[in-house]
Design a protein around this ligand. Structure first.
Ligand code: SF4
Length: 335
């Protein structure tokens, strides 16, 4: 087994393992810059942190898009923006389809079902559908309901709490200082304001982002520590899967070793969070990397399909968890 050769970093990582307090920005950057032959040591430390501060369980989640495509925003990585030529079919799901999707998700053993909409923020039509849809799901299926509906007003935050949405996803996407390079129709601060309201409401905060947008390692370290300052309950980590028609269509996919460095670094920055493999892991890491990630700090996966690209099948993921002896988190322990 390789070791970390830098004594300062070795000490800092040992402190994370023992204290559950994350690495600072300089420490995160040092992990992101590790030579190839020390990546295994960083992943091993990240795994120790995950086992000590989160335990062996893996949270499984399904996501469904209630409204796909036609978003007025210009996030350069996103094929759901109506401003780009990406071939995404516009869809609005009705309530029976939502309930059926929740039922199928629960059947995989998942405890979380996240309803997602490609919007700047919800309008009254979408909020009405959420009120009806969440109630119908709760009446029919034993699963926790999360939502991702863009930027919220305080009234909308209160409404989501009242209908029983327990976790809200809104990604900061990238470092504050890099954000204007990838989004021009709204600001990082606007996203952060929504997250603060969500946090103050008592809903769990799910906030992550995408690596591979053209950001530097310094931006990644900045981003990891900005996320840590929010103390999110969950961080979904995406890797860019360049989509046709978007401004980032010709971007290079993140190098698998850089992706593994990032997984270790984000876990060491966020020792107690649910760190979720989200979109892009197949194209970046393949099967082997998925295993390395789960043994390097990741403790949650999305099963089935992502919003606009196909993910690994639920059965393959569940078989891998079984092989790794990582139990799927049960609903009772999630409540
Ligand atoms: S990331 Fe969200 S806000 Fe940005 S274009 Fe896509 S759906 Fe719209």
């Amino acid at each position: 087994m390789s070791e970390l050769t830098d004594p300062d970093l070795r000490r800092a990582v040992a402190t994370v393992v023992n204290s559950g307090v994350g690495l600072d920005e300089a420490g995160v950057l040092a992990v992101l810059r590790l030579p190839d032959d020390e990546v295994a040591a960083a992943l091993d430390a990240a795994h120790q942190v995950r086992m000590r501060w989160c335990g062996p369980e893996v949270e499984v989640e399904g996501i469904i898009s209630v409204k796909t495509g036609g978003c007025p925003e210009d996030c350069h990585f996103c094929s759901q923006s109506g401003l780009f030529t990406s071939p995404v079919r516009a869809v609005w799901l009705d309530i029976p389809a939502l309930v059926e999707a929740a039922r199928q998700t629960a059947a995989t053993g998942a405890t979380e079902f996240c309803i997602v909409a490609a919007v700047r923020g919800p309008d009254e039509r979408l909020m009405a559908q959420m009120r009806e849809g969440v109630k119908a799901i709760k009446d029919a299926v034993d699963i926790q309901v999360a939502a991702s509906l863009g930027m919220l007003s305080q009234t909308q935050v209160d409404d989501l709490v009242a209908i029983g949405v327990h976790r809200y996803n809104h990604n900061l996407e990238t470092a504050r200082s890099f954000f204007p390079n990838v989004v021009t129709t709204h600001t990082w601060q606007e996203r952060f304001d929504t997250l603060r309201m969500v946090r103050d409401s008592g809903m769990e905060v799910c906030c992550g982002g995408i690596l591979g947008l053209g950001e530097t390692l310094e931006h990644r370290a900045e981003f990891a520590t900005q996320l840590a300052s929010l103390a999110p309950d969950e961080v979904p980590l995406n890797f860019l899967n360049p989509r046709p028609g978007t401004p980032l269509a010709d971007s290079t996919v993140v190098d698998p070793r850089d992706a593994l460095r990032a997984i270790a670094a984000f876990r060491l920055a966020l020792p107690r969070t649910i760190l979720r493999f989200a979109g892009g892991r197949e194209i970046t890491l393949g099967d082997l990397g998925t295993r390395d990630g789960l043994l390097g700090g990741v403790n949650a996966v999305i099963v089935g399909n992502y919003l606009t690209t196909l993910g690994r099948s639920a059965n393959r993921d569940l078989a891998l968890l079984d092989e790794l002896k990582m139990p799927v988190k049960a609903l009772s322990s999630a409540l």
